[in-house]
Write a protein that binds this ligand. Structure first.
Ligand SMILES: Cc1ncc(COP(=O)(O)O)c(C=O)c1O
Ligand SMILES: [Zn+2]
Length: 438
């Protein structure tokens, strides 16, 4: 047991968490929650967190939903943080992003009950990563540690920079090459120390693991990974509640490392286990770019194994060629009777544009990938028109606007009403031509 954790335990207030142990996903050896382990010391595989679901069912009954905070800690019984003081310092304004009825996009796709779970508005850093990184930072504080690192395809970095700043701990972000400028600049503006590594994400990730072990620095998505992953369960908890405690028929999301999609499955299973709502009929679908689709390709080829790839895609946040949770995603998608789809860079930007034009939501290529695959599945009649379909928009387009195929820079005209009026005529004609094409 870490000394800091042991010392804290005598004084600390406990949350309502019903987490019981860290369990190896292969050999099933279990470790106490206080143990600072992140992969199985015996066989090296990832650790998952187990809960006492009978206790969780009782505790969930004890506190009415209306009295719970509107943030990621709303159902803390099913989250892994024990120390209330650590929990109180992070994520208090994260989660509870809107679930939007997408009537205009739905009309374009022939879906009458399409919803967007819009994490492009996530606080504080405009992507779903605020959920998972909040859990890592809370665990860091629970362990009594004072610095945090991460390796990032883009969004983890900005989430770590923002959430660490709020918690008052220095942050170190390792980015692979081909990084997105706005995300790296945002990290620096938020006070994080940023290092760009001359390798792709998978290479940087491998080396960061060695750096973590050698330096003792906790990494949000390496050494704190079992806790990080649990944060993604807040997504299905919120979706089901926002649908009035009804499970949707379909959920579709982009996948990279596979944390979000595999934990959507885990969260849905848990909602059923604690007796809140039946979720076994929810079909789960994942979307990946053509240039990096190791999980989608395995699902489509009905292959049991993932073949790692070298990513080449404009969707940089999805550029993970060796997905750590890929095997869990394959099981989740197959087990739920879902499917997978791939989209080219062109289709991804068409997805970004379609979402923007119909719903006024500007997403990054990851969200464009989800919309592109949603569109393909709708065209292939994978959905009944009346079924409830939830598409998760995981990131914001303002962070990647530099990669968006350039629309011409607006022309400058002189500042007088007559010239501006004739410019307006031109723009209106452009609009009308666009509408008749679309
Ligand atoms: C915007 C966005 N969407 C989706 C994902 C994929 O999430 P995961 O790695 O959990 O599969 C990521 C990160 O990797 C991301 O940044
Ligand atoms: Zn093991």
């Amino acid at each position: 047991m870490s000394t800091a954790f042991a010392q804290d335990q005598s004084q600390r207030h406990e949350t309502r968490s019903c987490a019981t142990s860290l369990v190896c996903e292969r050999c099933e050896r279990s470790y106490p929650m206080s143990e600072p382990v992140f992969s199985c010391p015996d066989c090296g595989r990832n650790l998952d967190i187990e809960f006492d679901y009978e206790l969780a069912a009782v505790r969930l009954q004890q506190l009415p939903v209306a009295e719970r905070p509107m943030n990621i800690w709303r159902f803390e019984e099913l989250l892994p943080i024990m120390d209330a003081a650590a929990q109180a310092r992070v994520g208090q304004h994260s989660g509870f992003t809107p679930l939007i009825k997408a009537d205009r996009l739905g009309q374009a796709l022939g879906l009458r009950n399409l919803y967007l779970k819009d994490d492009s508005t996530s606080r504080p850093s405009l992507s779903y990563k605020d959920r998972v990184v909040s859990m890592s930072v809370a665990r860091l504080l629970e362990l009594g540690k004072r610095e945090i690192g991460c390796v990032s395809t883009g969004n983890v970095g900005t989430a770590v920079a923002a959430l660490a700043a709020k918690a008052g701990v220095p942050a170190y972000v390792f980015y692979p090459n081909r990084l997105e400028h706005t995300k790296a600049l945002a990290c620096r503006a938020l006070g994080a120390k940023v290092c760009q590594v001359d390798g792709n994400y998978d290479e940087a990730n491998k080396q960061c693991r060695a750096v973590a072990l050698a330096s003792g620095l906790e990494f949000a998505n390496i050494t704190l990974r079992p806790f990080y992953a649990e944060g993604a369960k807040t997504m299905p908890f919120e979706i089901v509640e926002q649908l009035g405690w009804n499970a949707p028929d379909h959920i579709i999301t982009a996948a990279a490392g596979g944390t979000l999609s595999s934990r959507i499955h885990k969260g849905l299973v848990e909602l059923e286990r604690v007796g809140l709502v039946s979720t076994s009929d929810v079909r789960l679908h994942i979307a990946q770019p053509d240039g990096c689709a190791p999980i989608a390709s395995a699902i489509l080829a009905q292959d049991a194994d993932i073949h790692a790839c070298r990513p080449t895609t404009i969707a940089h946040s999805l550029a993970i060629g060796a997905p750590g949770d890929g095997h869990l995603v394959i099981d989740a998608v197959r087990g739920r009777g879902g499917t997978a789809g791939r989209a080219s860079d062109e289709e991804i930007f068409a997805g970004v544009d379609l979402l923007a034009a119909t719903e006024g939501v500007l997403t990054e290529p990851a969200g464009g990938t989800t919309i592109a695959v949603l569109r393909k599945l709708a065209e292939a009649q994978a959905f009944d028109p009346d079924e409830v379909v939830v598409a998760i928009i995981t990131g914001n387009g303002l962070k990647t606007i530099e990669d968006h195929p350039a629309k011409p820079w607006p022309s400058m005209v002189s500042c007088d009403a007559e010239t501006m009026r004739s410019m307006l005529d031109e723009l209106q004609q452009e609009s009308a031509a666009g509408a008749s094409l679309g």
